[in-house]
Design a protein around this ligand. Structure first.
Ligand code: FMN
Length: 327
């Protein structure tokens, strides 16, 4: 596959490492991004991602195979060690080593031992973090691509105190030529152009794809995202199901206090009762105010891709993307 649809070497490198047309990445989202969404994003030229968190290893294998039946394009699998204990996480990881999706993305843990194993299996490794100290660590472990997760982002945040437009250039400075992806509040072409200006090699979007036709989110959850304004998300550090107490996360708050022990997924899913979507806090980032409808994933990808096509190297003198990248 050629990777000449993107205007700079950094973006080309990001696309080449994942064998995709455009460096538009759909975030892996537990319970929300399944085979239909991942395949739709990959078929549109981006990188779709399965949300593997909380999936038993057998189910994860099934999802990977189902995705392969829906697309012949590369896709990624996201796993997070915060649930189920180290044995389950290792079993999930072994499924990935055996099934060999093009990409594995890792979040919220110590991956020093895993990353070399994934790379030895020929799998590109992406790690998402929200501070320079954590990015340095991910690079030392051997991450191929680093995602700068800004405080604007929806769902759980690995730090969550720094805005994405400050985080991206700080990561570019220490990334030693590795592509840096921007995450947090990215929903449209203008967001993409802004991120390219500060040095991102690509974008990583979650909330915009929750409100995609193919996502496994409950219809009421999708509707909440469509109706929400930028004022409606809240940064929280209290309890959230399956995560260490205090893990920061961004949500559209629920209407009533509710016992979250009942909570079994990442935001209310299509298989959940409507009351889940009505009462649970729903993971969402600050880009909600720019999402005005539920749309097929290919339209979301096309909107983000338009940000790349309408941006040229040298648009501003300060463009960090012009920095040399490692061969
Ligand atoms: C509903 C939802 C579920 C998420 N689940 C995961 C997950 O399982 N693993 C992960 O690495 N990140 C997860 N995230 C965080 C995303 O990777 C990403 O940081 C975030 O979506 C970016 O901000 P945005 O939502 O404003 O685009 C989730 C985000 C959302 C909105």
């Amino acid at each position: 596959m050629k990777h000449d649809n993107v205007p700079t070497r950094g973006m080309s490198l990001a696309a080449a490492l994942c064998d995709i047309e455009y460096p538009v990445f759909q975030a892996g989202m537990a319970g929300i991004s399944g085979p239909a969404l991942a395949a739709a994003v990959s078929n549109a030229g981006g990188l779709g991602h399965l949300g593997g968190l909380r999936l038993p290893p057998l189910a994860l294998r099934k999802w990977i195979r189902e995705t392969r039946a829906l697309t012949d394009k590369p896709f990624g699998v996201n796993i997070v060690p915060s649930f189920g204990g180290p044995e389950v996480f290792e079993a999930q990881f072994r499924v990935i080593l055996e099934e060999k999706p093009r990409v594995v993305s890792l979040f919220y843990g110590d991956f020093a031992e895993m990353i070399p194993r994934a790379k030895a299996a020929g799998i590109t490794v992406i790690v998402q973090v929200g501070s320079v100290a954590l990015a340095r660590q991910a690079i030392a472990w051997g991450a191929d691509i680093v995602v700068a997760q800004g405080a604007e982002g929806g769902g759980h945040l690995n730090q969550g105190t720094i805005g994405v437009s400050s985080l991206v250039p700080a990561f570019v400075e220490i990334a030693e030529g590795r592509p840096v992806l921007a995450a947090g509040g990215i929903t449209n072409r203008a967001d993409v152009r802004a991120m390219l200006e500060v040095g991102a090699a690509g974008v990583w979007a979650g909330t915009a794809f929750v409100a995609a036709t193919e996502s496994l989110a409950h219809d009421l959850y999708k509707q909440k995202i469509v109706e929400a304004t930028i004022d409606d998300t809240e940064y929280r550090t209290g309890y959230s199901f399956g995560w260490p107490f205090g893990t920061p996360h961004r949500v559209i708050p629920n209407r009533k206090k509710w016992n979250l022990v009942k909570y079994v997924g990442g935001g209310a899913r299509v298989i959940d009762k409507p009351e889940m979507a009505e009462k649970l806090s729903l993971y969402a980032g600050q880009g909600v105010g720019k999402i005005h409808s539920v749309a097929p994933a290919r339209e979301r990808v096309a909107e983000l891709v338009a940000g790349f096509s309408s941006w040229q190297v040298g648009d501003t003198a300060s463009t960090l993307q012009a920095l040399p990248v490692a061969a």
